[in-house]
Design a protein around this ligand. Structure first.
Ligand SMILES: NC(=O)c1ccc[n+]([C@@H]2O[C@H](COP(=O)([O-])OP(=O)(O)OC[C@H]3O[C@@H](n4cnc5c(N)ncnc54)[C@H](O)[C@@H]3O)[C@@H](O)[C@H]2O)c1
Length: 248
C-alpha cells in the first residue's frame, strides 16, 4: 500500500491499460480520478474499484483539446482542493495505414491525441503541482515498443510515441528541481481492445518476435506504473522502461 494519501489522475482510464492502472493504483492505496473521452467507460472503471465512489471520481476529457484539459483540471481542483500527485497519460489511439495511403487527417488525429494530448495534460497538471507545491509527484507517460524501430502501417503512431518518449525526457530535466519525476513506460504487444483488431495473421508474426511467446496483460503494465508512481522508484527520472516480454 505504497500510495496511501496520494491521488492519481489517469487518462484513457475507460479501457485496457488505463483501466488496469486505476485498479492497481487503487489496490496500492491511491484515490483515483479516471478520465476518458468515453465517460461511461471511465465511470465503469470507478465502479469496478469503489462502489461508494467516495474518494474516486470519473470525468470526461478529450486530451487533444487544451480548453477541455483546463476545464478538467479546474473540476479536479474544485473537488480535491489540490492537484493529484500522480499523473498517468494513457489515452491513445491508432489510425493504421501504409504511408502512401495515410490521410493527413489520420496522421494529425493520432499526433493530436497521443503526443499533443500527453503534452497538454502534462503541462497543465505540472503547473498546478508546482503552484500548490505538491511533492513528491510522479508523471508517467505511455510510449510504445514501436517507437524504437518503427512498424509498417503505423508511421503516425510510431512518430507520436517517439515524441512522447522525448517529451518525457525533456520534462524530467525541466521538473527534477521541483520534485516531479517524469518517466515513460513502453509496452510491447498487450492484450487490450486496441490490439483486439489486429488480424490473426499479423498477430502470429508478432508473437514470433516475443521471447516470452505470449501477449502481455494490462496488469503487467499497471504494476510498473504503480512502481514508478511510488517512492520505491524515487531515483528513477527520465527513464523509458520496456515492458514487452523481450520483444525488440
Ligand atoms: N495495447 C498495446 O499493445 C499497447 C502497446 C503499446 C502502447 N500502448 C499504449 O497504451 C495506451 C493504452 O492503450 P490500450 O491498449 O489500453 O488502448 P485502449 O484502446 O483499450 O484504451 C485507450 C483509451 O483511451 C481513450 N481515449 C482515446 N482518445 C482519447 C482522447 N482524445 N481523450 C481521452 N481519452 C481518449 C479511449 O476511449 C480508451 O478508453 C495507449 O497510449 C496506447 O498507445 C498500447
Amino acid at each position: 500500500m505504497s500510495l496511501i494519501g496520494r491521488t492519481a489522475f489517469v487518462t484513457g482510464a475507460g479501457s485496457g491499460i488505463g483501466r488496469a492502472t486505476c485498479q492497481v493504483l487503487a489496490r496500492d492505496g491511491a484515490n483515483i480520478i479516471a478520465a476518458d473521452v468515453n465517460e461511461a467507460n471511465a465511470r465503469k472503471t470507478i465502479e469496478l474499484i469503489d462502489k461508494s465512489e467516495s474518494k474516486n471520481l470519473s470525468i470526461a476529457i478529450d486530451v487533444s483539446k487544451s480548453s477541455n484539459v483546463k476545464h478538467v483540471l479546474d473540476k479536479v481542483l474544485e473537488t480535491y482542493k489540490k492537484p493529484p500527485s500522480i499523473i498517468v497519460n494513457c489515452a491513445g489511439i491508432t489510425r493504421d495505414n501504409f504511408i502512401l495511403k495515410l490521410s493527413e487527417e489520420n496522421f494529425q488525429e493520432v499526433i493530436d491525441v497521443n503526443l499533443k494530448g500527453t503534452f497538454l495534460v502534462l503541462q497543465a497538471f505540472a503547473n498546478a503541482i508546482i503552484e500548490h507545491q505538491i511533492s513528491p509527484a510522479s508523471i508517467i507517460n505511455i510510449g510504445s515498443v514501436s517507437s524504437k524501430n518503427g512498424n509498417m502501417g503505423q508511421a503516425n503512431y510510431c512518430a507520436s510515441k517517439a515524441g512522447v518518449e522525448l517529451l518525457t525526457k525533456t520534462a524530467a530535466k525541466e521538473f527534477g528541481k521541483v520534485g516531479i519525476r517524469v518517466n515513460a513506460v513502453l509496452p510491447g504487444f498487450i492484450s487490450t481492445p486496441m490490439t483486439a483488431i489486429v488480424p490473426e495473421k499479423v498477430k502470429a508474426i508478432l508473437l514470433k518476435q516475443i521471447p516470452l511467446a505470449r501477449l502481455g496483460n494490462p496488469e503487467e503494465i499497471a504494476e510498473v506504473i504503480s512502481f514508478l508512481a511510488s517512492e520505491k522508484s524515487s531515483y528513477i527520472n527520465g527513464a523509458s522502461i520496456n515492458v514487452n516480454g523481450g520483444m525488440v
